[in-house]
Design a protein around this ligand. Sequence first.
Ligand code: 5GP
Ligand code: ZN
Length: 114
Amino acid sequence: MDSCLFCKIIAGDIPSKTIYENDYVMAFDDIEPKAPVHVLIIPKKHISTINDLDDSDKNLCGELFLAAQKIAKIKKITTSGFRCIMNTNSDGGQTVFHIHMHVLGGRKLNWPPG
Ligand code: 5GP
Ligand code: ZN
């Protein structure tokens, strides 16, 4: 999608620090990290919100979690722990409307979130 920030990152039109990539997903460092590890995993297919997923996206959803597992290994936070978050719409705090999984770690994370 031409107007989508994350589609531009996938296309290479906006630079990013790629951490992991396969045919289906791409993962890169968040530009404003909220923890020592803060990686965003995005599907290469444009999907605006979780509300827009359908049955044909089941495998893609699995790819997001498997990528999170790989990122935790790459960043060496498998044992210390990490958090996977997907924000949706206004109350969820979503600001970029191309679904993405935040992988946060490297410090003790608070619960419940603010
Ligand atoms: P959301 O608020 O939609 O859940 O998360 C969007 C995330 O994208 C934010 O954590 C924000 O810092 C990150 N972000 C916004 N613009 C860019 C960018 O141009 N590059 C990268 N790497 N991250 C971005
Ligand atoms: Zn997009």
